[in-house]
Design a protein around this ligand. Structure first.
Ligand code: ZN
Ligand code: ZN
Length: 602
């Protein structure tokens, strides 16, 4: 490719002209939208449009003479490939590090210069960190400039997909009950109003779902609650008259999506507004009149939605059994077809998605399937494409991370399967990862333990051998909602009180080992926080443990038996017995035979 005609270079050049006209030395482009979502509607995929990097998370800085993309280890291989020839350098940052671009700006932009970022897509907490870092370096921050619209002629419009009700029986709590619970929390904060921008909070609270972004069943909206009513700011025509009437009966009025800023600006001086600084943008916060008292705290709905009810958990177990049956059917086909027909990483995605689509309650995938053979499995966020994918043949390890959205829950599972001959080194990695998954799955911990504290339990068997992996061990999972949700996180995140482990939370456990250019191993189950019955009873307070929700065999052919203790073998055998028992009724024929074989005791 002639790099001078690269569209990325041309876009950056056009942007630099805009910046120069506005007297700005650098523009910061986060992967973000007005709702601070993980999956962005096309309209807000500015970082991807400008850089060509298609990974889900990274920050781009375009300065007058150079440009840099900041990405963590999950994306290094992909970013290097996609940035080639664009003139944008890759800055490799540690997972969870959010300040590398600030240091870069401080050392590459002179004191007195101006850096811009679009305040409409910048989180309030992030804006505060940015402002204080730039202040220290004597750099001026501008947040009122949208530099992109002028240079992005075909910028996508707002999504227009309809909004629908998540109804009974899977919606186990009414809208009215959820709104009442949030108002109780508002009262505890002394708040008369509460503004919510995060789309999964709004979907949960309103028992509504949509399809404005990929994989997460959410819709773009803002919500303003007071002590008696609420206004949902949502695109015109997305909610039909029947649904609007049902919402009105629960005290939820509709207003145009664009009217949210004006509603904040219209708050009265006597009002006390509750907002979550991590879940609302600077642009919206700045609409609030100075005379209004603002209370900053986590969205009450974020805490409430993380704790699934007993009825929710029952539906999730059902969804897990359906999802497990789909896996069974797929793997039975896969093992039979292997060596008989041409199977690529794309075929895996296609067949597995088709198996899921047949299951009861299935709505869609919960993220894009990761099927990575050998070296591709070493990229935690790998995605096979038509242009680049591997044929599954010869020897090695196949890593498959996939999940579904069901009306009664969201699934996310990773398994690794042997193809042909598996080396001793592969078996060692596999077994160490399995030990990590099991160690955390079997943990007991006092209720309220801050979730990041549990992270080391899964890493310990790997650390003992000098092995580390560059992503978190586990993320919260929604209930027919986002596959990544907070507030709990089993990771190296700096703990705060909102990350306490409470009964009903669903979290993933997914340690891994990645050997770039060779292979990757990750074994992932979803687990539910349940009360633990211990020998001490309540002497030392309430304890929790994990119920493993995911129901799918963990391949035993890749295990180096000598690395497992007897109690670990016991755990695995008991897990497989329960998978067999709870799943057998849902599969027949080849899938049932496959299930029996793969769950045979070790
Ligand atoms: Zn996963
Ligand atoms: Zn996961």
């Amino acid at each position: 490719m002639d790099t001078r005609t690269s569209p990325i270079r041309q876009r950056c050049a056009a942007l630099r002209e805009e910046l120069a006209r506005a007297g700005i030395q650098a523009l910061l482009v986060p992967s973000s939208d007005p709702h601070l979502s993980e999956y962005l509607p096309g309209r807000w995929m500015a970082r991807e449009w400008l850089s060509g990097f298609t990974g889900s998370m990274a920050t781009l800085v375009v300065a007058a003479d150079r440009a840099a993309l900041f990405a963590d280890s999950r994306y290094w291989v992909q970013a290097e490939a996609e940035l080639a020839g664009t003139g944008i350098e890759l800055v490799k940052i540690a997972t969870g590090s959010s300040s590398a671009h600030l240091d870069w700006l401080a050392s590459h932009v002179p004191a007195g210069a101006t850096v811009a970022v679009d305040g409409q897509v910048l989180g309030l907490a992030a804006a505060q960190a940015l402002r204080s870092a730039l202040d220290k370096a004597g750099i001026v921050l501008r947040t009122d400039l949208d530099a992109l619209t002028a240079i992005w002629p075909d910028r996508p419009a707002l999504p227009a997909a309809p909004v629908y009700e998540h109804g009974a029986p899977q919606a186990t709590q009414t809208r009215a009950a959820k709104l009442a619970a949030v108002r109780e929390a508002m009262a505890r904060h002394g708040a008369s109003h509460h503004f919510i921008s995060t789309v999964d909070d709004i979907a949960w609270l309103s028992n509504l779902r949509g399809s404005d972004v990929s994989y997460n069943p959410v819709f773009l909206a803002h919500l303003l609650l007071d002590l008696t009513g609420a206004t949902l700011f949502v695109g015109k025509g997305k909610i039909d008259a029947d649904l609007a009437a049902r919402l009105a009966a629960d005290g939820l009025a509709l207003a145009p999506y664009e009217a949210a800023p004006a509603a904040l600006a219209a708050l009265a001086p006597a009002n006390r507004l509750l907002v979550d600084p991590r879940r609302v943008t600077l642009g919206l916060r700045e609409q609030v009149p100075a005379a209004v008292t603002v209370v900053e705290a986590i969205n009450p709905s974020t805490l409430l939605k993380s704790r699934k009810s007993a009825a929710d958990a029952d539906f999730v177990r059902e969804a897990m059994a359906e999802d497990g049956a789909a896996m069974c059917e797929f793997y039975a086909w896969f093992e039979h077809a292997l060596g008989r027909e041409r199977i690529t990483e794309l075929t895996v995605d296609e067949k597995l998605s088709a198996a899921r689509a047949k299951r009861s309650g299935f709505v869609g995938l919960s993220f894009s399937t990761i099927a990575g053979f050998n070296a591709n499995g070493a990229m935690p966020h790998y995605r096979a494409t038509d242009a680049a994918h591997a044929v599954i043949e010869g020897d090695g390890l196949l890593l498959i991370d996939s999940g579904g959205q069901y009306l009664g829950g969201t699934t996310d599972i990773t398994r690794v399967w042997p193809i042909g001959q598996v080396s001793a080194a592969m078996k060692r990695d596999y077994t160490l990862v399995l030990k990590g998954t099991m160690a955390l799955s079997r943990a007991r911990y006092p209720r309220g333990t801050l979730s990041p504290m549990l992270d080391a339990l899964a890493r310990a068997p790997l650390w003992a051998e000098g092995i580390e992996f560059g992503h978190g061990t586990g993320h919260g999972v929604g209930y027919f909602l986002n596959v990544h949700e907070g507030p709990q996180s089993i990771s190296k995140a700096i703990p705060d009180a909102n990350m306490a482990m409470e009964p009903g939370m669903i979290t993933s456990i997914e340690p891994g080992v990645y050997r770039p250019g060779q292979w990757g191993v990750r074994i992932e189950n979803l687990v539910l926080n349940v009360p633990a019955v211990t020998a001490e009873g309540q002497t030392f307070g309430d304890f929790l443990e994990f119920e493993t929700l995911t129901l799918c065999p963990i391949d035993t052919r890749c295990i180096a038996r000598e690395l497992l203790r007897d109690d670990e073998v016991d755990w695995l055998n008991r897990y497989h017995a329960s998978v067999r028992e709870r799943r057998a009724a849902r599969v027949t024929g080849a899938a049932l035979a496959w299930l029996s074989e793969r769950t045979a005791p070790l």
